[in-house]
Design a protein around this ligand. Structure first.
Ligand SMILES: [Ca+2]
Length: 201
């Protein structure tokens, strides 16, 4: 599994692999180990990130298949926000977080961001994009596109979580194929329009 000779390092390496696998998600059956933060008993699924049923606007990214398999947040002329949080990520490990996202319908107010969170500490936004900044290719009501994104999560001194925060007014965000690559530091910030990065690690 690894050529590292120290048993302690081997154990640490295996744990990092395990926690990153737990945080990976293709959304094909459920949210894996991710949690919808704002789900409440009296709130229908459609008010939060959810798995769409019979969505014909965009195909799932994993299999290019109709009928779901991605996380989806939409709103029709009302401000809506929803967050999903990852399982705990290991300390002392840099991760390259990669995922695919798409926007459906033009919406000046739509925004998507990723923050590093740890209990008792202020959240740190590490990736953020407004829909109006997506120009390559431009947003199209007729043919939404999956866009590749990645961001380096610097090594942290203690466990933490990642939160994906979607905001919409008159559109949708779709998310798919979240993958954490432990110890990969060659991890260019994508897409290029992403801002701001305030990771102070
Ligand atoms: Ca999928």
């Amino acid at each position: 599994m690894t050529s590292r000779s120290s048993p302690r390092l081997n154990a640490q390496w295996c744990r990092h692999q395990q926690v990153s696998r737990e945080a990976d998600c293709t959304f094909d059956h459920n949210f894996c180990h991710w949690k919808i933060e704002d789900r409440t008993a009296d709130k229908p699924d459609s008010d939060t990130w959810h798995l769409p049923r019979d969505n014909r606007l965009i195909k799932d990214h994993t299999f290019n298949a109709d009928g779901g398999g991605f996380a989806y947040l939409f709103s029709f002329r009302s401000k809506k926000e929803s967050r999903i949080s990852s399982p705990k990520l290991a300390e002392n490990t840099p991760y390259c977080l990669s995922f695919w996202f798409s926007e459906i319908y033009e919406d000046e107010d739509a925004e998507l961001s990723i923050a590093r969170v740890r209990e008792g500490e202020e959240e740190v936004v590490v990736w953020n994009i407004k829909q109006k900044e997506l120009t390559d290719p431009p947003v199209s009501d007729q043919s939404p596109k999956w866009r590749y994104a990645q961001v380096l999560l610097e090594s942290q001194p203690s466990e933490y979580q990642v939160v994906i925060h979607g905001k919409v007014y008159d559109s949708s965000w779709a998310l798919d194929d979240i993958t954490f690559f432990p110890d990969r530091t060659n991890c260019k910030l994508l897409p290029r329009k992403v801002q701001p990065v305030r990771d102070d690690a």
